[in-house]
Write a protein that binds this ligand. Structure first.
Ligand code: CP
Length: 347
């Protein structure tokens, strides 16, 4: 029979008594200027980021390009992306940083290299900030702990997409005529935002749910039970579920449409004809129930499914403006991530 040994107090205190593998010893604290969740930002911090985005957008490009000259920013993308990847890269370059893109195709990720080892490798190559997109919820926390670098979450699984929520917020404020300097706990009081579609799988919905109610907005979640479980409304005060899209539209100044994330359905069966009839932003539905609402979509749009072209390209659509806002918001996030430090380590 195996015996359990009870080491003496002295032995327990000796360094040799510490097991060799202690993961905590190799983990670093999450860098305070990471952006992994919308909850990472206080309202004051959201205001500062939006004000910085405005200032950076206005700044003379030559002067702006000196801000992060010769600083190294790595983009690590394990999932496809058009808007987020391009705008983060353009943002970092506009600030003068050197950027490098590592994607799962054509890198050693294909050979099975772990996220942790990839992060450590990028750091050894001089990366001072890593922008990560991953299919795994929580991956940015692992990368941040493994490297100690500021990590900007460019979308992790079904969890969060905080830079998208910030650019959505900038778009909403522009339409409401609210200045960045006026962002507060009440600046969206009286504003209702409906988010409609595949809420369950949407990191965009999650990051907006965590941000908009803290600024006073009411958020209505709309979709069928398979894509919007009843429990979603319990996340925070200021969030409600409305299954009837027409009823939600009638209450809303802002309507954010989401695609069905086919890549994350995992066997879930959706009757697409029924879905379209209940939840599609059709021209007739928008004209009848939300003729003045601002229409948003994080992209990519599946035209003819959650939204028709007449709405996507129509006068109420602010979708191109959302995409445009990606660069200034991400300039602010990259500049924030690398502020207070210089090449070679923290000040
Ligand atoms: N909104 C968004 O995340 O789009 P991409 O997947 O193209 O980056």
């Amino acid at each position: 029979m195996a015996q359990t040994r009870n080491p003496s107090r002295k032995a327990r205190q000796k360094p040799s008594a510490i097991p060799f593998f202690q993961p905590a010893l190799f983990e670093r604290p999450i860098h305070p200027r990471s952006a992994i969740s919308s909850n990472d930002f206080s309202v004051a911090e959201v205001r500062r980021i939006l004000m910085a985005a405005d200032a950076l957008e206005r700044e003379d490009p030559l002067r702006r390009a000196k801000r992060l000259a010769k600083r190294r920013v790595a983009l690590l993308f394990y999932e496809s992306s058009t808007r987020t990847r391009t705008s983060f890269e353009l943002a970092a370059k506009a600030l003068g940083a050197d950027t490098t893109l590592v994607s799962s195709l054509s890198s050693s990720i294909e050979k099975g290299e772990s996220l942790k080892d990839t992060g450590i490798t990028l750091k050894a190559l001089g990366a001072e900030c890593i922008i990560l997109r991953s299919p795994y919820s929580g991956a940015p926390y692992l990368l941040a702990r493994a490297t100690g670098l500021p990590v900007l979450n460019a979308g992790d699984g079904m969890a969060e997409h905080p830079s998208q929520a910030l650019l959505d917020l900038r778009t909403i404020l522009q339409h409401l005529g609210v200045r960045a300097a006026a962002v507060s706990e009440t600046c969206l009081r009286g504003v209702t935002v409906t988010i409609c579609g595949d809420i369950l799988h949407s990191r965009v919905a999650r990051s907006n749910e965590l941000l908009l109610p803290r600024l006073g907005a009411k958020v209505i979640l709309c979709g069928p039970p398979q894509l919007l479980p009843e429990t979603a409304a319990g996340m925070m005060p200021g969030i409600a579920i409305e299954r009837d899209f027409d009823a939600a539209l009638e209450q809303s100044q802002i309507v954010m449409m989401l695609r069905i994330q086919a890549e994350r359905l995992a066997g879930l069966q959706i009757d697409l004809d029924d879905y379209r009839s209940r939840y599609q932003a059709s021209a007739e539905r928008i004209a009848a129930h939300a003729p003045t609402a601002v229409i948003l979509h994080p992209g990519p749009i599946i035209r003819g499914m959650e939204m028709v072209s007449e709405v996507a390209d129509g006068p109420q659509s602010a979708i191109a403006q959302q995409v445009h806002n990606g660069v200034p918001i991400r300039m602010a996030l990259v500049a924030r991530a690398l502020s207070g430090e210089k090449k070679g380590g923290r000040r």
